[in-house]
Design a protein. Structure first.
Lengths: 169, 248
């Protein structure tokens, strides 16, 4: 008597095989697509890593810029290979990036105008990188400049510092 | 003429011809349809078209012209690849060799270069023409989207090909272009690093752009062009308008 009242048992239910929870087909679908999703995510990560080179054959970002007494006072010296200006003032040394902050062109020091100018789109900067006019959105960054134990200037292009910091020699 | 016709007739009776084409001469509407259906290269084209959709003013043949230019660029591009190394400084020398040393090199290079410029213009003209005719309206929405992606693929092909001569123009165009990528918020610098394979436009960037230009983007373009043509037919043919009947 009791058995007949239970839903899903006996022949009265239209779907006698239906049980609570997931059907086998749905369960297998979820497992399959879940596994494919995990595998796909993993492949995406591995592909990203594959396309990011671990070793770069580019000019080193940290370089020696010679002895301090090579640099005359108050004249930015452009280092062509590194695309950096080394500026010596009365207070000391600083290193300014020569790469325009607009779209990456190489700027030039114009002694007659006493400013750094970009040939591509006409941005202008002071010798300490301060922006005079655009389209560049930002001033030229200053790089960390230090003195090596044997007395040479060392510039690290991955480390930017505040523009009021100078290296006293 | 008569002997040529009988020769063709005899050729059609041969076992080799029948094994290749699987059918006899296309003399009736039915056999003509079968000729289109049974050919891999024709089967996604319509068996019948409305006469007014063939008039110049219906399309100005801009899509066909873009496709013709694409074929020209594939052929000239493959030929240029026989003389080009995607390496520094060999790439620039190879480009100079193609211009001044290789027989017909300057012709092929300029055909490729000017064809590429022309293809960008043709694809844009095609898009504007389709837009002004309302060719994006149902049931053509999906094919419009495919067309927009094809426009982007065309522009990416144009951009990646621009670096390959490895001259000053190429170098600075890619430097400026990839700096635009780095303006993207949060992931900009990372995407730029992936595209260039480094921090500067160098050896890795040249190789990456070469592979994209010669393999990846053309394959994507071929796939999308196939879908594009097939959907024109499935969506009921070209958009025709009543004024297409007007006499010029």
């Amino acid at each position: 008597m009791n058995e007949q009242k239970k839903p899903g048992s006996g022949g009265e239910s239209p779907e006698p095989d239906k049980k609570e929870g997931l059907a086998r087909r749905d369960f297998l679908n979820e497992v399959t697509f879940g596994a494919l999703g995990v595998a796909g995510l993993g492949s995406a990560v591995v592909t990203y890593q594959y396309f990011s080179p671990n070793v770069l054959f580019e000019p080193p970002t940290r370089f020696r810029a010679g002895r301090p007494d090579q640099y005359p006072v108050d004249s930015p010296i452009f280092l062509q290979d590194q695309q950096v200006y080394i500026v010596r003032t009365k207070d000391g040394f600083y290193a300014v990036s020569a790469i325009c902050t607009h779209l990456g062109c190489i700027t030039q020091w114009k002694p007659e105008a006493n400013q750094i100018a970009c040939p591509c789109h006409g941005s202008k900067f002071e010798r300490d990188g301060k922006k005079i006019e655009g389209p560049a959105p930002l001033p030229l960054p200053h790089f960390l400049i230090t003195l090596s134990p044997d007395g040479e200037l060392v510039v690290d292009k991955l480390e930017t510092i505040k523009s009021d910091q100078v290296l006293k020699v | 003429m008569a002997s040529a016709a009988t020769f063709l007739e005899q050729l059609r009776q041969t076992r080799v011809w029948k094994s290749i084409f699987r059918r006899g001469p296309a003399l009736t509407n039915r056999t003509r349809s079968l000729a289109v259906f049974g050919n891999l290269f024709l089967h996604f084209l319509p068996v019948k078209v409305r006469e007014k959709s063939l008039r110049a003013r219906a399309t100005y043949y801009l899509g066909s012209f873009s496709f013709l230019l694409f074929l020209t660029l594939v052929i000239t591009g493959v030929l240029l690849m026989f003389y080009y190394h995607p390496a520094i400084p060999q790439a620039y020398r190879d480009m100079k060799d193609l211009r001044f040393v290789v027989s017909s090199g300057v012709f092929l290079r300029n055909l490729h270069r000017l064809g590429a410029h022309l293809m960008v213009i043709a694809v844009f003209a095609h898009m504007f023409h389709v837009f002004y005719r309302g060719g994006y309206k149902p049931p053509h929405e999906f094919n419009w989207v495919v067309g927009v992606i094809l426009l982007l693929v065309t522009l990416f092909l144009s951009y990646t090909g621009y670096l390959l001569p490895w001259d000053q123009l190429a170098f600075w165009a890619i430097t400026v272009g990839t700096n635009i990528i780095s303006a993207m918020p949060v992931i900009g610098n990372r995407v730029k690093f992936l595209v260039l394979g480094g921090h500067v436009v160098g050896e890795n960037a040249l190789l990456r752009f070469y592979v994209l230009h010669c393999v990846v983007l053309p394959l994507v373009a071929v796939l999308l062009v196939g879908i594009h043509f097939w959907r024109v037919q499935k969506d009921g043919g070209l958009t025709v308008k009543s004024e297409d009947d007007r006499k010029e």
